[in-house]
Design a protein around this ligand. Structure first.
Ligand SMILES: *[C@@H]1O[C@H](CO)[C@@H](O)[C@H](O)[C@H]1NC(C)=O
Ligand SMILES: *[C@@H]1O[C@H](CO)[C@@H](O)[C@H](O)[C@H]1NC(C)=O
Length: 324
């Protein structure tokens, strides 16, 4: 089924997204248990090992090595493990650098008047379903949100910005951490053994009088990630509305759905001649859910004007890069 067909079949649900198949749990590499001589030596060291493993989630083998290296000091062993993982992550990242990354996820995060859309890529769809990969997407979304919230507000109009791969790498991974997104990226590469890239991020911040509609298609369920929505396509639509209307949220989702399906390149104007399926000006495009009218004809009577939008499609641009 084509994207358009599936979008048209898809009702606007509470999360604004089509439901996808439940998350597959890939096998965790952590469960190998190798009991060595150190383990057998005493029950107290065994307890220490269990404690370290519970606390850090690293494998028994690594936890045992850490305790051996640090003479049984739990705290030192823990920081040794983190350093080791980071080191392994960097060397793995260097080894896998350049391998094709056309899978991955789009993440959408909305908080107050700030909305961010991010894309993180990996090599296979299988890895994109791993919770460790999804946590990385969450860190990128939160890092972008914090970055954007720290920028000075322009109170009169909306603002929009983009971050590229290298800019994302240098962002802090969260509010209370000294770790950067590039460190988290290396850790995830080390953990999952695939090349990954922090592809891009977009953010929009709006003052009152504006509203950001959003939509994610091909939603992947991730119960532990709070209000982050993950999927394969994402869109933000910035609207100006003179007054708050109850239907604004629903309208915003439909506009986002249109942007995902019809992939406009510009907003255009209400004066534009109605175009056909190949039209790239959003307001002149046939409306996705009722092609007998244009999108402009759909929004105008609702007292809302579309001023801007962002559309991310996971992996887009990779095919073009491959063809070069
Ligand atoms: C990312 O953006 C910065 C600042 O705009 C620019 O200097 C840099 O070359 C860009 N990097 C890539 C990989 O495009
Ligand atoms: C966003 O909302 C916060 C809190 O409601 C407000 O202080 C801030 O001025 C708003 N930003 C913009 C750009 O309107």
């Amino acid at each position: 089924m084509s994207l358009l067909q599936s979008l048209r079949l898809c009702l606007v649900t509470r999360t604004g997204s089509c439901q996808a198949a439940p998350l597959l749990q890939p096998p965790q590499p952590w469960h190998t248990f190798h009991a060595g001589p150190w383990l057998a030596s005493s029950s107290s060291s065994k307890e220490l090992l269990m404690k370290l493993r519970r606390k850090t989630g690293y494998s028994f083998v690594n936890c045992k090595k850490a305790l051996e290296t640090c003479g049984g000091d739990l705290k030192e062993a823990e920081s040794w493990l983190h350093k080791q993982a980071q080191k392994e992550g960097w060397s793995k990242a260097a080894k896998l650098h350049g391998r094709k990354t056309k899978e991955g996820l789009i993440g959408l995060l909305q908080e107050g008047n700030t909305t961010v859309l991010v894309e993180v890529n990996c090599e296979t769809d299988f890895v994109s379903k791993n919770s460790k990969f999804q946590q990385l997407v969450q860190q990128v979304a939160i890092g972008t949100l914090l970055h954007c919230q720290n920028l000075k507000d322009q109170l009169s109009t909306y603002s929009k910005g983009f971050l590229n791969s290298s800019e994302l790498s240098e962002l802090q991974a969260g509010p209370n951490t000294e770790s950067f997104l590039k460190d988290q990226l290396a850790l995830a590469i080390g953990n999952l053994g695939e090349n990954m890239i922090l592809k891009r991020a977009a953010w929009v911040k709006v003052p009152s009088g504006f509203y950001v509609g959003s939509y994610v298609h091909g939603v992947v369920h991730s119960p532990s990630l709070h209000n982050l929505v993950l999927g394969k396509y994402g869109a933000l639509v910035v609207c100006e509305a003179s007054e708050w209307k109850a239907n604004l949220q629903d309208l915003g989702r439909r506009l986002g759905q249109h942007v995902v399906g019809m992939a406009p390149l510009s907003v255009g104007s209400l004066d534009d001649e109605p175009g056909g399926e190949a039209e790239t000006k959003m307001l002149a495009q046939p409306y996705l859910l009722d092609p007998s009218i244009t999108l402009g004809q759909y929004v105008q009577p609702q007292g809302v004007s579309v001023v801007d939008f962002v559309r991310f499609e996971c992996g887009e641009g990779e095919e073009a890069a491959e063809a070069e």
